[in-house]
Design a protein around this ligand. Structure first.
Ligand code: ATP
Ligand code: MG
Length: 352
C-alpha cells in the first residue's frame, strides 16, 4: 500500500557524459520497482552540478553543497569528467569534496560474475569470482596534500586505518566465507604502510571468526587473475583499491557493471552511490552505455536504506536479463542502453 511505503529523500547528481544517460536509465528502473509493489517511495531532487555548469558559471557546485545535501537520505551520483577540463580539476571540484567533507570513509565495491556474463578469464563462472572490495576513502594517497616540489603526500592515521579495518571485518563477517584479505606494500613503503599492517593485526583480534590474510599489492593483481576463487572480502588503501577495483570489474566482464557505495557508516551524513566507471567521453551521447553499473548501484542504495527485499529483486531482474543475453556492446552484446533498461523494467514487473 502506497501510504505505508517508506519515503526517502534522494539527491540526484547525474553529472557528465554517460553519467546522465545511466542515471536516467536507473531512475526508470527504480520507478518500475516502486510501482511494482516496492515498499519505498523516493523523493528526488535533481542537481545540475557538472562540467557544463562549471563552463557556464565557473563552479561545479554551489559553496552551500554540504547544507543542501545534508538533509538527504542518500546521494545518487552519475559521473564527473569532461575532455576540456583536466581530470584532477573536475574530480576535486565535485566528487572528492563530497566524499571527504561528509566523511564517507568506506568505499564499498561489490563485484561478481553475474549470470549470463562472460569473464575474460577462461572457465570463470558465477561463484568463482564474488568479491567485496573495501576501499579506504578518506585519506591515503588521495589526501590532497603535498605539492610538486615534494611527492604527493600519502596520509595514514591510526584512527582512519582502524575504522576502515573494523568496517571491512564487519563486511567479511557477514559473508559466508568470513575471509578478509588485506592489501599492502609495506615491504617497500616503510612508514604509512607499516602502520597499516600493524593496525590490521590489532583489529583482527576483535574478529576471531574471520580469517585474515595479507597480500602485497603487486602479487594481489596476479592472484586476482590466476586464483579468483581464493578471494572474498578485500580491504585496501585509497589508491590500491582504486586500481584493483578497475581490474576486478574487467575480470567480471566490464567496467560498465561495477557499483560503488561511499558510506558514512555512522550515518551522520548521507552516503553517496555511484557507478565505478567515469563519464566515458568516447561513447557518451550514443545511447550505448551499459546501465547495469547504475542499476546495481541503485540496488546498493536501496540495501543501505534498508529496502533489502527490493534490492534483491532488482539484482534478480538484472541477472535474468543478462542471462537472456540482452547485453550492451562492452559485454559482447548488441543491445543499447534503452533496450537493457526496458528489459530490466519488464523483468521487474513480471516478477512482482
Ligand atoms: P573519466 O574522465 O570520467 O574518468 P574515462 O573515459 O577516463 O572517464 P571511464 O569513463 O571509466 O573513464 O571509461 C573507461 C573506458 O570504459 C572507456 O573506453 C569507456 O567507454 C568504457 N566504459 C566506461 N563505462 C562504461 C559503460 N557504462 N558502458 C560501456 N562502456 C563503458
Ligand atoms: Mg578519465
Amino acid at each position: 500500500v502506497q501510504s505505508k511505503a517508506n519515503k526517502y529523500k534522494i539527491a540526484v547528481i547525474p553529472g557528465d557524459g554517460i553519467g546522465k544517460e545511466v542515471i536516467e536509465a536507473a531512475l526508470a528502473v527504480l520507478d518500475a520497482l516502486a510501482s511494482a509493489g516496492g515498499s519505498f517511495v523516493l523523493d528526488y531532487e535533481h542537481f545540475d552540478w557538472s562540467s557544463e555548469r562549471f563552463k557556464t558559471t565557473g563552479s561545479y557546485m554551489p559553496d552551500s553543497f554540504l547544507d543542501v545535501l545534508q538533509p538527504k537520505d542518500a546521494i545518487f551520483f552519475g559521473a564527473v569528467g569532461d575532455p576540456t577540463v583536466p581530470d584532477h580539476i573536475s574530480l576535486w571540484s565535485l566528487l572528492l569534496p563530497i566524499r571527504q567533507r561528509f566523511q564517507q570513509y568506506a568505499n564499498v565495491r561489490p563485484i561478481r560474475v553475474l549470470k549470463g556474463i562472460k569473464s575474460p578469464l577462461a572457465d570463470c563462472k558465477p561463484g568463482d569470482l564474488d568479491w567485496v572490495i573495501v576501499r579506504e576513502n578518506s585519506e591515503g594517497e588521495y589526501a590532497g596534500q603535498g605539492g610538486r616540489t615534494h611527492q604527493e603526500l600519502a596520509i595514514f592515521s591510526r584512527h582512519a586505518i582502524r575504522r576502515i579495518f573494523r568496517f571491512a571485518f564487519e563486511v567479511a563477517e557477514k559473508r559466508p566465507r568470513k575471509l578478509l584479505t588485506f592489501v599492502t606494500k609495506s615491504n617497500a613503503q616503510r612508514s604509512g604502510m607499516v602502520l597499516w599492517d600493524e593496525v590490521a593485526y590489532e583489529v583482527a583480534k576483535e574478529y576471531p571468526h574471520v580469517t585474515m590474510d595479507k597480500m602485497l599489492v603487486d602479487a594481489m593483481t596476479t592472484r586476482m587473475v590466476l586464483r579468483p576463487e581464493s578471494l572474498d572480502t578485500i580491504v585496501a588503501t585509497n589508491l590500491h583499491a582504486d586500481i584493483l577495483s578497475d581490474l576486478a570489474a574487467a575480470l567480471a566482464g566490464s567496467i560498465g557493471i561495477a557499483p560503488t557505495s561511499n558510506l558514512d557508516p555512522t550515518r551522520r551524513a548521507p552516503s553517496m552511490f555511484e557507478p565505478v566507471h567515469g563519464s566515458a567521453p568516447d561513447i557518451s551521447g550514443k545511447g550505448i552505455a551499459n546501465p547495469i553499473a547504475a542499476f546495481w548501484t541503485a540496488a546498493e542504495m536501496l540495501d543501505w536504506l534498508g529496502e533489502k527485499a527490493d534490492a534483491k529483486l532488482l539484482m534478480e531482474a538484472i541477472e535474468s536479463v543478462c542471462g537472456r543475453g540482452i547485453l550492451t556492446k562492452d559485454l559482447g552484446g548488441s543491445a543499447n542502453t534503452a533496450e537493457v533498461t526496458d528489459a530490466v523494467c519488464t523483468a521487474i514487473k513480471e516478477s512482482a
